[in-house]
Design a protein around this ligand. Structure first.
Ligand code: UDX
Length: 436
């Protein structure tokens, strides 16, 4: 099938490469010629494991194309995916900014020349799909089309696996004809018995927000339990394991830490709150998750300060990891962004390392010092903070670290290490929700 993807950001590129891998003829379109030129030169603008290879393979095998020209790839496609960005609006009111979606729709509508399914892949508020249909009708009354809401559930760092082996595919549409096009697009997933949820437009749109909000609530819940564990002398790692073994609860997304970040949870929880408010419905559990998350990040600043004796002025803090999670170069809403600046403002020297996030961080925080490896981050440090659980931080040479540090204090915001092991190696250990 001929498929066009509009927007070559994270979701668009992953979707394009994976659908080409399924055997479809896919054209990824973006207005940004710089981006398209670099994609044509084989350069992938984001770090996502396996993506560069998958794009290269599908380009070489003649199934994946890149262009800045909208007309030819829209008029020839049976399906057009909208995968442009929907950032939180600059007004700071929690609204998702739909400017890019609506601009893309107005641009593509005149080029619809045969029956085409227009698919919302971007995360958009409830009602957007109907608005997209209205806009297309306005711009091109003769167009033969259906709109589908087909939310993505891609985790950064695991996006290819999530696309190729998803837990479910959600298809929101009122058209049987569009349903059959969608079935054809995802045909390879039928073979691996992926559950398909066929539903209406509004349900599909809300499912995405509800899934992310629920996962955010799980994280905020376990972070609150971690704080309680610290006070009563319990261990949250044991607690999470034990409650997670209850099949009704499930063990995933019960890892306490410095709070959730990234491009989705912070944005989608705010957008869901806004949708609820507009509809006169309370979403207090989601509001609490958001509030707890902000408090968790602030609590990490206090944790680090307290561990350093209450005053960080003149202290050197080595930081392992800046991105919001491992296997990404994404710093959006990363806990590091809230935790490190207040420490720096109070006079701490921040000595940071990240396998992928340093370029971006240098632009945001030129006042930090950036080092090339873990051991440089530990040099002369009064504390080493493990902020992001990159695999390469999981088996550190503890003796070497200790010999480099001024004060062997290890603050493990991801509970990667066992307190006993660190203490045996001569460190003072501070984790999240566990007794030292
Ligand atoms: C998320 C969703 O998982 C995905 O389905 C969605 O479509 C996009 O948003 P992503 O943001 O890439 O994916 O990362 P995810 O692995 O979900 O982690 C989000 C944040 O939660 C990270 O900051 C992570 O560190 C944090 N987290 C996750 C925890 O603090 N504890 C956990 O147990 C799990």
């Amino acid at each position: 099938m001929k498929i066009t993807i509009i927007g070559t950001g994270y979701v668009g590129l992953v979707t394009g490469a994976c659908l080409a891998e399924f055997g479809h003829h896919v054209t990824c379109m973006d207005k940004d010629s710089g981006k398209i030129n670099s994609l044509l030169a084989g350069k992938i603008p984001i770090y996502e494991p396996g993506l560069t290879e998958l794009v290269r393979k599908n380009v070489e095998e003649g199934r994946l194309f890149f262009t800045t020209e909208l007309e030819p790839c829209v008029s020839s496609a049976s399906a057009v995916f909208l995968a442009v960005g929907t950032p939180t609006s600059r007004r700071g009111d929690g609204y998702a900014d739909l400017t890019y979606i609506y601009a893309a729709v107005r641009d593509l509508a005149p080029h619809l020349s045969k029956y085409t399914v227009v698919i919302d892949k971007s995360t958009v508020p409830v009602g957007t799909a109907r608005q997209v249909a209205r806009l297309i009708r306005e711009e091109n009354p003769a167009a033969d089309f259906d709109v589908v809401s087909n939310p993505e559930f891609l985790r950064e760092g695991a996006a290819l696996a999530d696309f190729m082996r998803p837990d479910r595919i959600v298809i929101g549409t009122e058209s049987v004809k569009a349903q059959s096009v969608m079935k054809e697009i995802y045909d390879p997933l039928y073979l691996i018995s992926t559950p398909f949820v066929f539903t209406g437009l509004e349900s599909a749109e809300l499912i995405k927000y509800a899934a992310n909000a629920f996962l955010s609530i799980k994280i905020s819940f376990i972070n609150e339990m971690a704080n309680l564990c610290e006070e009563v002398g319990a261990d949250v790692v044991d607690l999470a394991k034990a409650i997670g073994l209850d099949g009704r609860i499930g063990g995933k997304f019960l890892h306490p830490g410095p709070g959730f970040g990234g491009s989705c949870f912070p944005k989608d929880t705010l957008a869901l709150l806004r949708i609820a408010q507009e509809n006169g419905v309370s979403a207090r559990s989601v509001a609490a998750a958001v509030e707890i998350n902000a408090a968790q990040k602030a609590g990490m600043v206090k944790k680090i300060r307290d561990a350093l004796g209450g005053d960080v002025s003149g202290k050197t803090i080595g930081v392992l990891g800046l991105t919001f999670k491992p296997e990404t170069d994404d710093l959006r809403d990363a806990p590091a962004l809230s935790i490190l600046p207040p420490l720096h403002e109070k006079g701490a020297r921040i000595q940071a390392h990240d396998p992928q996030g340093m370029e971006e961080s240098k632009k945001m925080f030129p006042e930090f010092f950036y080092v090339q490896n873990v051991y440089e981050a530990a040099e002369g440090a009064d504390a080493l903070v493990l902020m992001t659980e990159w695999n390469q931080y999981r088996a550190l040479d503890l003796d070497r670290l200790k010999s480099l540090m001024r004060n062997p204090l290890f603050i493990d915001l991801r509970n990667v290490y066992s307190p006993q092991r660190l203490q045996a190696a001569g460190f003072t250990y501070v984790g999240v929700g566990r007794k030292a």
